[in-house]
Design a protein around this ligand. Structure first.
Ligand SMILES: [Zn+2]
Length: 468
């Protein structure tokens, strides 16, 4: 890595659009100064268009990229019951079948392809919620960290920033229901999880990745396992991130109510030390009081709009949560879509469809919907990643995107109009001129240098998995 500079006519700083901005970063890939109102100089490269902060992807299950698109058919008879048919739960059965066939080589091939795709789509870092730990029989690999290390290596090959979140998975439902046979690759007791964290810590440090923990969900982790594992993580690193799936499905809310008498988000806020270190992934089904308490906790709601649409989860009621300054960010989760623009667009469109209004998530500060969505998703994503990736500011990593101001779609537009067009009216990735992480250019005009090789390995790995 080497130090660098860029001059941008328009750049989206944390406080909003600025003009004639000189961006400078050091040899470690960290911004040293961001200076609006600068004078262009022949010695400093000129950005091809508006500069945006790179987007952290706060929720990914990399292996699921291998069967994205392959579950869009009816797998359950609907019968006479209009509420029957396919659901999140029938999708999960298909997903488990795929997960049971995964080898370490296949995981690395799929993850490398995915991370290359993420960079091409504007994501500059990823929080990997990783739960396929063991071999096909459910036995730990000779190195317990085998699968986790493959993910770290994939991130390194692609050049994307990473927060690695090994998943604690122990039960099949509320009340300590024993895990099912098809969950055998995911299981660890609390001591084994602590050993895995200790093994991974130096590897994450060597790559510049952040290590955290993901208790899978309240249905998969009993109270004791949750409390002990979070305490063990914070003994290793007091500010490490904790991510958990919560309230994704109505059935999960109903089961939690039946088992505990309270709703999932309410239960978590009552029983765990939820604060800015936490990311509650989905949090789709909250009542008014849960929404208020989550917003005030400082934790991040991890919203995955295209996956939530794909799985029929429900709509996150964003307007009242954002009105209370609730933190949030976006994830591509099952990777039915890998596109920052599509994720943000789907988030806003869900609100429009529900409320029969336009520009629901614009605010007093940001009349342009895309400005607000982009900035808040970067801030929330950085908090969830627990890495210095909070945008174009000194001390943050030089992770940024440059829009292509020469592309007909964006030509002649100022920064705010270019971003709005990129989010709401661009097609594919061809309007991105550059994607950089730590100041290093990873994608230029849509092309990542590893994409041909990664694509071939991905296609071969998937063909083998589908043939078995
Ligand atoms: Zn998930």
């Amino acid at each position: 890595m080497s130090a660098g500079q860029l001059f941008a006519a328009h750049a989206l700083l944390p406080e909003g659009w600025a003009h004639d901005v000189l961006l400078e970063w050091d040899a470690q890939g960290v911004f040293t100064t961001i200076t609006p109102g600068s004078i262009a100089s022949a010695a400093v490269p000129l950005a091809a268009g508006a500069v945006l902060p790179g987007m952290p992807n706060l929720h990914s299950h990399a292996f699921q990229r291998g069967f994205a698109g392959l579950t869009e058919y009816r797998s359950v008879s609907q019968g006479d019951d209009p509420a029957g048919g396919d659901s999140f739960w029938s999708w999960r059965t298909l997903m488990y079948r795929f997960a049971l066939r995964l080898s370490p080589d296949a995981l690395e091939a799929i993850a490398t392809q995915l991370y290359v795709e993420m960079l091409r789509a504007g994501y500059t870092s990823v929080c990997e919620f990783h739960y396929v730990h063991h071999d096909a029989d459910g036995k730990p690999y000779a190195d317990r960290a085998e699968m986790s290390l493959r993910l770290l290596r994939a991130a390194q090959t692609a050049g994307i920033g990473m927060t690695l979140l090994p998943v604690l998975y122990q039960t099949a439902g509320f009340g300590g229901k024993p895990a099912q046979h098809d969950q055998r690759r995911f299981l660890n007791d609390t001591d084994a999880m602590q050993a895995l964290l200790e093994r991974l810590a130096p590897h994450c440090a060597a790559y510049g990745a952040r290590l955290g923990l993901a208790p899978h969900s309240l249905r998969a982790v009993p109270h004791d396992g949750l409390a002990r594992s979070v305490a063990a993580l914070h003994a290793l690193d007091a500010t490490a991130p904790v991510h958990i799936h919560i309230a994704e499905q109505q059935k999960e809310v109903d089961d939690c109510l039946a088992s505990t008498g309270v709703r999932p988000v309410e239960w978590l806020l009552d029983h765990a030390p939820v604060d800015q270190r936490w990311c509650l992934v989905h949090a789709t089904h909250m009542d008014w009081d849960e929404r208020r308490r989550l917003a005030h906790s400082g934790a991040v709601a991890g919203i995955c709009p295209t996956t939530e649409a794909n799985l029929g989860d429900g709509v996150f009621e964003a307007a009242p949560y954002l009105a209370q300054n609730g933190w949030w960010g976006i994830g591509s989760d099952s990777h039915a879509s890998v596109s920052v623009a599509e994720e943000l667009r789907t988030f806003e469109y869900g609100q429009r469809l529900g409320l029969q209004r336009r520009n629901v998530l614009a605010s007093e500060t940001h009349a342009q919907v895309a400005d607000r969505l982009w900035l808040e998703a970067v801030a929330g994503g950085a908090r969830a990643a627990a890495r210095p990736v909070a945008g174009l500011a000194a001390g943050q990593r030089a992770d940024f995107l440059v829009l292509d101001g020469q592309h007909p779609t964006l030509a002649g537009l100022d920064g705010a109009r270019a971003l709005a067009t990129y989010v709401f009216a661009s097609h594919g990735h061809e309007t991105l001129a550059e994607v950089r992480t730590g100041g290093v250019c990873r994608v230029r005009h849509g092309v990542h240098p590893q994409q041909a090789d990664a694509g071939q390995r991905f296609a071969e790995a998937r063909a083998r998995l589908l043939a078995d």
